[in-house]
Ligand binder design. Structure first.
Ligand code: ZN
Length: 382
């Protein structure tokens, strides 16, 4: 067994569910889990500066390998002294493998071969090639604390045979990635469990990857078109296949009920662009459900956005003011709304950790979902 750069410490398991309270120790600090990680696609969490991000208390952010590889280039980031120095962020960073973006750009399945994936750049249309070794080399140059293996992430509804072949290739790619990893002493590499909705393929994937001794395990291939119920079902059988002494990361999930349901099933880490993307459009998550701040009914509403929220936005500004800023397309409005949504999810995880401590996570879920409006007919996903 290797001594990994990333360590997981289990503090307590909840009595009635699979939820676990813990912490993840990285070369750039320790953060508590379960945790929601803000996404900084282009080496910046849109509109937020690092000092503001630190006040959220997430302790870790995510950045995107594909985007940084294309622009400004991973070699330039290495020349700057690594991603932490380049973006002035001294806390942990997780990078994805680039796979998820690449698959959305592949024009033909024939371009996915054993060697790697051929696709066209979203910036200028030029032809690019990414494979497991290259994905690791880029992340070694970026210097993130937590790196992801290059995997194939097919949509949820695919024929069994296709998913089986894809899972097998993902395992071979995971091994190639491990062999290419140049900085195991200060960067931890995670394997990604695939297998769509097929229990035996998830088992095969988990078994292949856990035999390779990664620093942690991600659950991929979810939040790609399946229902909330199907996601929960996959988590129900997948998380018990993963080792107890390593972190578990559910990729690309950010709806509040999905976060709570993931924690209940033993997930430690989550990320999603959802909170910042919808914020810039004036859609806000509050303890009483979603608010579209552009709505006319907020024109004369001089109350805080979310009276149960103690973030900078809710403490200092009114719904009427936020509505005005968003309608006028003011940068400050984008900042205030992004800050609130990120605070909402990071703080939700803080409340969830307390509920694990108190062994009342199921009651917490019930109360939260009732207030949020999930139990009403026609409730939306976030
Ligand atoms: Zn707030």
């Amino acid at each position: 067994m290797t001594e990994h750069a990333i360590k997981y410490r289990l503090i307590k398991k909840e009595k009635h569910t699979g939820a676990r309270l813990g912490e993840i120790i990285t070369p750039h600090g320790t953060f508590p889990t379960p945790m929601f990680m803000p996404v900084g696609t282009q080496a910046t969490v849109k509109t937020m500066n690092p000092e503001e991000l630190k006040t959220l208390g997430s302790g870790i952010i995510l950045s995107n390998t594909y985007h940084l590889w294309l622009r400004p280039g991973d070699e330039l980031v290495a020349e700057a002294g690594g991603l932490h120095k380049f973006m002035n962020w001294d806390q942990p960073i997780l990078t994805d493998s680039g796979g998820f973006q690449v698959y959305s750009l592949v024009q033909n399945k024939k371009n996915i071969t054993e060697e790697g994936v051929k696709f066209k750049s979203h910036l200028d249309g030029r032809e690019l090639f990414l494979n497991p070794e290259k994905a690791i080399s880029i992340q070694n140059n970026l210097g993130s604390d937590i790196m992801m293996s290059f995997d194939e992430c097919p949509p949820f509804y695919q024929p069994y045979d296709y998913v089986k072949a894809s899972v097998e290739r993902t395992s071979r790619w995971a091994e190639r990635g491990l062999n290419a990893h140049r900085r195991p002493n200060d960067q931890g590499l995670f394997g990604i469990v695939q297998g769509a909705g097929f229990e035996d393929l998830r088992r095969q994937s988990a078994s292949d990857l856990t035999s390779m001794d990664f620093a942690g395990y991600s659950i991929g291939g979810l939040a790609v078109g399946e229902s909330h119920k199907e996601m929960n079902a996959v988590l129900d059988f997948t998380t018990p296949m993963l080792p107890e002494d390593k972190p578990r990361y559910l990729m690309g999930v950010g709806a509040p009920d999905s976060l709570i349901d993931g924690v209940i099933r033993g997930v430690d880490m989550f990320d999603c662009v959802l909170p910042t993307r919808i914020a810039r459009n004036g859609t806000l998550m509050t303890h009483f459900g979603r608010v579209n701040i552009r709505n006319a009914k907020y024109e004369h509403d001089f109350t805080p956005l979310d009276p149960m929220c103690d973030c900078y936005t809710c403490t200092n500004y009114t719904r009427a003011y936020l509505r005005h800023l968003i309608k006028a397309d003011e940068t400050f409005g984008l900042r205030l709304c992004s800050y609130h949504n990120l605070h909402f999810l990071v703080n939700l995880m803080k409340d969830v950790r307390q509920a694990i401590m108190d062994d009342n996570l199921l009651e917490f879920r019930e109360d939260f979902c009732e207030r949020y409006g999930y139990n009403q007919p026609n409730a939306k996903d976030f």
